[in-house]
Design a protein around this ligand. Structure first.
Ligand SMILES: O=P(O)(O)O[C@H]1[C@H](O)[C@@H](O)[C@H](O)[C@H](O)[C@@H]1O
Ligand SMILES: [Mg+2]
Ligand SMILES: [Mg+2]
Length: 314
C-alpha cells in the first residue's frame, strides 16, 4: 500500500488553518502517530512553513461578520465570499506542494470546473459544508477534504469549525476525532436507531413530497428519531462516532461524501449507494450506517429523488 500519510498531514493542517484563526496546531500524539506512521517526513515544521503566511480568511473569524450571500442551483443553495476564499486557500496551498495532483472543489465545480475522478491523486474539497448554517451563525459548519488515488478513497479530514474538533480517517489506519479512535454504533435494530438526513437543495412540491414521504416511513419504521443538522459531513461524522446509527440523503455531492466515507469505513461502518450497490461517489446519493442491518432497513424505505450526477458533463 502506497504511503499517502504525508499528504494526509498536509490536509490536516490546511483544514485546521482554513477553519480557525489561531496558528496551526499540531495533532495530538496518537493522531500524529496514526497520520505519519512509517514516514520520515518532518511534518509540523514543513507544514507550518508552508502556511506561515497571514492572508487566511478563516471560517470562525468570518462567521460573525457581514457576509455577501448569493445562491447557486436553487435559492436555498447558498454561497458566500468565504466559501470561495477558503477553497482558494486550500487548493492554492495544496497545488503549490502537489502540482501534478488534481482538484475537485465545490465552488470550482459551481464555476464550471469538471468533477472527474481519474487514476491521478485527486483532492475532493468542500470549503464550507453547512453554508446555510454559516450564514445564520448556526454552529454546525465544517471544512472537508477527501483524497483519492486510482479512484480509491485514501483518506478524509473534516474540521468542525465551531467545536475545533478534527475528524480524520486513513484507509487501513483507523478513524479518529482529536486523537480518540472512532467506533460506529453496533445497533442493528431500527426501533433503537437514530437516523440522520439532509434536505438537499430542491424545494419543489414533488421533491418535498418524496423527501417527507421518506422521512415519514423512516419515523414509522419505527425509529427513535430523525435529525437534520444542516451539514452532511458533520452528520456523517456522527455515524462514524457512534452518536447516530444511520444516514441517508439524495442531493449531496462528492465533496460532501468523500472524506466522511473514509472516516465511517475506518470506524467500522458501511457506506453504499441508496440501491444497496457499492458507493458511487458521483451519484449524489448515499446511505451510511454502523451496521449493514441498519443500512438495509433504511434503504428499503426510500423512494429516490433524482439530482443527476456530479460528473454529468463527462
Ligand atoms: O452547500 P454546502 O457545502 O453547505 O452543503 C450542504 C448542501 O448545500 C445541502 O443541500 C445539503 O443538504 C447538506 O446540508 C450539505 O451539507
Ligand atoms: Mg460547501
Ligand atoms: Mg457541502
Amino acid at each position: 500500500m502506497e504511503d499517502w500519510s504525508e499528504c494526509l498531514d498536509v490536509a490536516v493542517q490546511v483544514a485546521r488553518r482554513a477553519g480557525q484563526p489561531s496558528s496551526v496546531r499540531s495533532c495530538s500524539g496518537s493522531q500524529s502517530a496514526a497520520l505519519v506512521s512509517g514516514s520520515s517526513w518532518v511534518f509540523h515544521f514543513e507544514v507550518s512553513h508552508i502556511f506561515n503566511v497571514g492572508r487566511f480568511q478563516v471560517v470562525s473569524c468570518a462567521v460573525n461578520q457581514e457576509k455577501q450571500v448569493s445562491s447557486k442551483s436553487t435559492p436555498t443553495d447558498l454561497v458566500t465570499e468565504t466559501d470561495h476564499q477558503v477553497e482558494e486557500l486550500i487548493i492554492s496551498t495544496l497545488r503549490q506542494k502537489y502540482p501534478t495532483h488534481r482538484f475537485i472543489g465545490e465552488e470550482s465545480a459551481a464555476a464550471g470546473g469538471r468533477c472527474e475522478l481519474s487514476d491521478a491523486p485527486t483532492w475532493i474539497i468542500d470549503p464550507i459544508d453547512g453554508t446555510c448554517n454559516f450564514v445564520h451563525s448556526f454552529p454546525m459548519v465544517a471544512v472537508s477534504i477527501g483524497f483519492a488515488v486510482r479512484r480509491e478513497l485514501e483518506f478524509g479530514v473534516i474540521y468542525h469549525c465551531f467545536e475545533g474538533t478534527l475528524f480524520t480517517g486513513r484507509r487501513g489506519h483507523g478513524a479518529f476525532c482529536d486523537g480518540v479512535r472512532l467506533h460506529v454504533s453496533r445497533e442493528s435494530e431500527m426501533s433503537k436507531a437514530l437516523i440522520l438526513t439532509e434536505i438537499g437543495a430542491k424545494r419543489d412540491p414533488a421533491t418535498l413530497d418524496v423527501f417527507l414521504g421518506n422521512m415519514r416511513r423512516i419515523l414509522s419504521a419505527p425509529t427513535h428519531g430523525v435529525r437534520i443538522v444542516g451539514s452532511s459531513t458533520l452528520a456523517l461524522c456522527q455515524v462514524a462516532s457512534g452518536a447516530a446509527e444511520g444516514y441517508y440523503q439524495y442531493g449531496l455531492h462528492c465533496w460532501d461524501i468523500a472524506a466522511a466515507a473514509v472516516i465511517i469505513r475506518e470506524a467500522g461502518g458501511c457506506v453504499m449507494d441508496t440501491t444497496g450497490a457499492p458507493l458511487d461517489l458521483m451519484s449524489r446519493r448515499v446511505v451510511a450506517a454502523g451496521t449493514p442491518e441498519i443500512a438495509e432497513s433504511v434503504l428499503k424505505l426510500l423512494q429516490p429523488i433524482d439530482y443527476g450526477r456530479d460528473d454529468n458533463d463527462l
